[in-house]
Design a protein around this ligand. Structure first.
Ligand code: ADP
Length: 360
């Protein structure tokens, strides 16, 4: 039997008297003005991720046609690829309100109760970093997701009474950078699971050009491509790099972003030709210099660099693996030949590591 959840009457009171759930208000609260300007508002404004886009469109259209609540959706993928953007566009497409929570702050079931009881019919509850939710919260969510009901226990001791609350049907959208940390029972309760992959250079160049127009920045095509090439396949980085290059162009040139201006600006930020920044290169260089190119465990590299393994796993490693500079073998991380070459390491290093040895 599922564990009972104790909440004070206070929480339930709040539920009863709570105002209508927030939608765009919350979204605007957590974003800067410029971030909001750059974030697509409708799915049609989004660039790339065409397959995910098409599947979502079908589900949204079908849900609208049948007048039903959209099934729960889980987005996974590295940071900055559009999980939140999709999650905030979907309620707009459906014409429903949304609430936003974060797995890290949902420490006990009572933290999630107000979200569930405030959810309007057909509305969206978006939980970012859903892998950080406590197990007890996760288990509490199962009947909410499946049958739209929750069991609450009010009061304590002899005065305790159990309340079975029916919820209005809602759509849970979860986002995670670590799908591997999501338990199978939770994962299985999402009707759609969509993985967001890195963007190609053409897509990123389109994002850069479109956002340059929004920010009123004159930019040459080659410069937009240069920024795209050096944005690690990630729209958020493309936006950040564009804004830095704009500052550089304003301070050091006549405000126009030419290829030369873009290259100089990105060089000054230590961003190399593949788009790797100082931390990315330090990661690769640590594996090369301290651990002889690997194989080495990610924790050892993290300790040496004085960062958390999570930072490396979530933010640094995905693009480096994708770029084939590094590989994950059963014995640990190893630089690839391309990795050695990118670091300008001596030929003897590269020769020392026939690829097949890593799989022995
Ligand atoms: P995540 O939630 O995956 O970390 P976000 O959805 O917050 O990523 O995306 C970061 C930023 O990148 C957004 O604010 C938006 O400006 C931009 N962005 C993301 N995906 C797209 C897209 N498909 N098209 C255009 N811009 C995008």
């Amino acid at each position: 039997m599922r564990e009972a959840v104790f909440v004070s009457d206070d929480v339930v009171d709040k539920k009863v008297t709570a105002d209508k759930p927030v939608d765009d208000v919350l979204v605007t609260d957590i974003l800067s003005e410029e971030d909001r300007l750059l974030r697509p508002q409708r799915m049609n404004d989004m660039i790339g991720q065409r397959e995910v886009f098409s599947r979502l469109q079908i589900s949204i259209r079908a849900a609208r046609k049948r007048g039903e609540t959209l099934g729960h959706i889980l987005f996974d993928g590295p940071p900055g690829l559009g999980k939140t953007t999709f999650a905030t566009c979907i309620p707009r497409e459906l014409g429903v309100s949304m609430q936003i929570g974060n797995g890290a702050t949902l420490k006990s079931p009572k933290d999630v109760v107000p979200y569930l009881t405030n959810a309007e019919e057909g509305s969206v509850l978006f939980i970012d970093e859903i892998h950080r939710m406590q197990k007890s919260v996760e288990e509490f969510l199962y009947p909410a997701m499946e049958d739209f009901r929750i069991d609450l226990t009010l009061g304590e001791g002899v005065n305790a009474r159990t309340l079975n609350i029916r919820l209005k049907p809602f759509t849970l959208i979860g986002a995670t950078t670590r799908t591997g940390l999501i338990s199978a029972p939770l994962r299985d309760r999402f009707q759609m699971r969509e993985h967001l992959d890195f963007y190609n250079v053409d897509e990123l160049a389109m994002i850069v050009k479109r956002n340059a127009v929004k920010l009123n920045i004159p930019i040459e095509d080659e410069a937009a491509y240069e920024i795209a090439i050096r944005s690690r396949g990630t729209p958020r980085l493309a936006n950040n790099r564009l804004r830095w290059v704009r500052d550089f162009a304003d301070a050091e040139a006549n405000g126009r972003i030419t290829l030369v201006v873009a290259k100089d600006a990105l060089k000054m930020q230590g961003i190399d030709c593949l788009g790797l920044d100082g931390q990315d290169r330090k990661f690769l260089e640590t594996i090369l210099r301290v651990f002889g190119g690997g194989p080495v465990g990610i924790e050892s590299v993290a300790h040496t660099m004085n960062v958390t393994p999570d930072t490396l796993i979530d933010e640094v490693e995905p693009f480096i693996l994708r770029s084939e500079l590094l590989l994950r073998s059963p014995r640990g991380r190893c630089l690839t030949e391309k990795g050695y070459i990118h670091l300008g390491a001596k030929a003897e290093y590269a020769q020392r590591m026939p690829l097949k040895t890593f799989f022995n």
